[in-house]
Structure formats: structure tokens, C-alpha cells
Design a protein around this ligand. Structure first.
Ligand code: HEC
Ligand code: HEC
Length: 321
């Protein structure tokens, strides 16, 4: 015994101490897992997505906003993944699917509100049923069901991230034989295409610059424009003129490039994001007979992305609206 016994006793005490600490840690960890489940159904991954998606999505400066602009860049596949995780416990999504805790949701967008055959709705939502679901009513329902219809039977906190909501709505939209059309900016009149397009495009595209993605714009440019255009400082003209510094530059005035007569009437005015938007939406409506054989970019968000990319390629990029 003696020295060595004392030592082994000390050793045992240390071992026990380490073991106990380990046990306590392990237990604490278990408890944390029990009380803070990683996939809390009530509060979806909102905080997380909110963090990772940062500023552009929130776009707080534009005030109470319609979901419609976000639908242009919404990802129905992401919406589907989210719905599988957060909604499928209560809803089915296939045509003729059974009602569960909540009604089957096939064809819900564009269909009558709270009226799925064979499902018994709460009085709370019956009082709110007015006409058909459209994009904005669906958006406010999914933001917070209980604010939309206090006392609703849908025990779900809501989707707080606007882009996630847009993704989910894009997915719901796809669940139909003929999906509800997404409304666009006021239609351009055929009579005065350029003028009307200028007016129609301006407010729509301006809100989209806030969330424009230069990298996406670059990818589109590589794919669709780079066959005809360079975009490097001092780059040579190709089928079309070099586009370095084009935002703010005089239209159709690149030195050394021979433009078609179709664009002469539009030459000399500085390109603004809005006039570029009109041009890129439909070159041949903007300047009938132009040599730029390109159908145009119909999607507003993609156009905004491309313009943001053009703007980025300049000595001093302009501030987009
Ligand atoms: C805990 C169960 C539950 C979850 C989770 C849930 N819902 Fe619901 N949902 C319901 C119930 C119940 C109703 C009917 C509401 C009522 O009667 O008050 C409903 C109604 C709806 C409606 C209206 C249907 C109609 O016929 O007009 C939509 C749309 C909807 N839910 C979408 C969703 C989406 C999208 C999610 C996931 C992001 C979701 N719900 C998550 C239970 C749920
Ligand atoms: C098939 C070749 C071709 C493609 C593809 C093409 N362009 Fe062009 N682009 C031209 C030509 C040619 C002109 C000159 C128009 C004229 O003379 O009528 C032009 C003119 C322009 C101008 C005006 C330049 C100036 O000097 O004011 C811009 C801006 C522009 N294109 C952007 C684009 C973008 C962005 C894309 C892709 C989304 C694209 N173009 C795709 C051939 C093309």
C-alpha cells in the first residue's frame, strides 16, 4: 500500500471525475436534444434561412410588398423539399390525394378558398373564405395562418422568409393541370411598343435590381450574348459591339462598329438601366429591323441580373435604381 496505493486511489478519483463529467455532458446533450429538436415543426428553418440569405431577399426598403416579383426567381424544387419537410405531415399534394389533418392541396392556387371536397374546415377560416386563392392571399396565409384567420385549425407558425414563401407558392402553383398565370406588369400596348414598354418595364424592373444577381447575369451573358459580344475594356467588336461600360454610355455609338440603320434613330441617348431593360426584353420591338438577332429576355429577374452584370463591367458602375 502506502505511496502506490494512494496514487492508485488518486488515479481512480481522477478517472471517476472524468467519467462523471463525461456523463453529465452526455446527459446535458441528450436533454438539449429532447428539448431543442433539430427539426422543430412549429418554427421552420426560418432563422437559418434568414441568416444565410441575408439582405437582398428581405428587401425591406420596398415596404409592404407583393410576392409576385419574387416568383420570377422562385425555385419550385426547393419549395417542394420544404413542403415535404414542413407540410406533408398534414397535407397530401397529389391529384385526388386524401385529406389528412389538413385538406389535399392539389390545385389549391386559383381554386376556391377553404372549399376542398370532403374536408371539414374550422369556422375561423370559413369566415375568411372569399373567392379564389391568388398569389397575394396565399402569401399572407402562409406568412402567418393564425393572423390570417385567428383560430384556424392549421397549427403552423408560418413561413417568415419571403423567398422561401415564393418557393413554396411556386411549388403549389405547379400542382395543377393548368397552373394559375403569374401576373406581370401592365401589358405594353401594341400601338406604341417602345413607349409603352418603357412605362411598363420601369417600375417592375426597378424593384428587381434590389435582388439582382451579378453572377447569374454573367452566366446568362456567357451563354446567350458572348457569341456576339465581348465585354472587356478595349475589347474588340464582334458581330455586336464590345459592351464594356455600356450602362450610361451613348447608345449605339461604339467607335469602330457599324450599326444597322434600324438603331440610328435611337442612337446618342445614354443607356439607362430602364432603357436597357426595354431593349433587352425585345430588341426587335425596341428598334424594328435591328441587326441584333436575339429574341430577348422575357423574364424580368433574369433581365435585371444581366443588366446588373453589364453595369458591373465598367470603370465606375452606376448605382442601379
Ligand atoms: C399541423 C398540421 C398542418 C401543417 C403542418 C400545415 N397545415 Fe396547412 N392546413 C391544415 C389545416 C387543418 C387546414 C384547414 C384550416 C382550417 O380549417 O382552419 C390547412 C389549410 C391549408 C391551406 C388552405 C387549403 C384550402 O382548402 O383552401 C393551405 C393552402 C395550406 N394549408 C398550406 C400549407 C402549407 C404550404 C404548409 C407547410 C408550409 C402547411 N399547410 C402546413 C393543417 C396543417
Ligand atoms: C446574334 C448576335 C447577338 C446576340 C446573341 C446578342 N447581340 Fe447584342 N447586339 C448585336 C448587334 C449586331 C448589335 C448592334 C445592333 C444594330 O446595329 O442594330 C447589338 C447591340 C447590343 C447593345 C447596344 C450596344 C450599343 O452600342 O449601344 C446591347 C446593350 C446589347 N447588344 C446587349 C446584348 C445582350 C445583353 C445580349 C444577350 C442577352 C445580346 N446583346 C445578344 C448582336 C447580338
Amino acid at each position: 500500500m502506502g505511496k502506490s496505493g494512494k496514487d492508485s486511489l488518486l488515479g481512480n478519483k481522477i478517472a471517476a471525475g472524468v467519467l462523471t463529467a463525461g456523463l453529465i455532458l452526455w446527459a446535458a446533450n441528450r436533454v438539449a436534444h429532447i428539448f431543442i429538436p433539430e427539426e422543430a415543426p412549429e418554427k421552420p428553418a426560418i432563422q437559418l434561412t434568414g441568416l444565410t440569405q441575408a439582405a437582398p431577399v428581405a428587401a425591406p426598403s420596398s415596404g409592404p410588398e407583393s410576392i409576385i416579383p419574387l416568383l420570377a426567381s422562385a425555385d419550385a424544387a426547393k419549395g417542394q423539399a420544404f413542403v415535404q419537410q414542413q407540410c406533408a405531415a398534414c397535407h397530401t399534394f397529389t391529384q385526388g390525394g386524401a385529406n389528412g389533418v389538413g385538406p389535399n392541396l392539389y390545385g389549391v392556387l386559383g381554386g376556391p378558398m377553404f372549399a376542398h371536397a370532403g374536408f371539414t374546415y374550422s369556422d375561423a377560416v370559413k369566415a375568411k373564405a372569399k373567392g379564389n386563392w391568388d398569389y397575394d392571399s396565399m402569401d399572407s396565409w402562409l406568412t402567418s395562418p393564425s393572423s390570417f384567420a385567428s383560430g384556424t385549425g392549421m397549427s403552423y407558425a408560418g413561413i417568415h422568409n419571403p423567398q422561401t414563401r415564393a418557393d413554396v407558392i411556386a411549388y403549389l402553383r405547379s400542382l395543377a393541370a393548368s397552373p394559375l398565370p403569374i401576373p406581370t406588369a401592365p401589358p405594353a400596348s401594341a400601338a406604341a411598343p417602345a413607349q409603352a414598354a418603357a412605362q411598363a418595364a420601369a417600375p417592375g424592373i426597378d424593384t428587381l435590381f434590389v435582388s439582382a444577381d451579378i453572377a447569374k447575369g454573367q452566366a446568362v451573358f456567357q451563354q446567350q450574348c458572348s457569341v456576339c459580344h465581348n465585354i472587356t475594356k478595349g475589347g474588340h467588336n464582334g458581330v455586336g459591339p464590345d459592351l464594356y461600360g455600356i450602362v450610361g454610355a451613348k447608345a449605339f455609338s461604339a467607335p469602330g462598329f457599324t450599326y444597322s440603320s434600324a438603331v440610328q434613330a435611337k442612337a446618342g441617348q445614354p443607356w439607362t438601366p430602364d432603357s436597357l431593360s426595354d431593349w433587352l426584353k425585345a430588341p426587335n420591338s425596341y428598334a424594328s429591323g435591328t441587326a441584333m438577332s436575339f429574341a430577348g429576355i422575357k423574364n424580368d429577374q433574369i433581365r435585371a441580373d444581366v443588366i446588373a452584370y453589364l453595369n458591373h463591367n465598367a470603370d465606375s458602375p452606376a448605382k442601379l435604381p
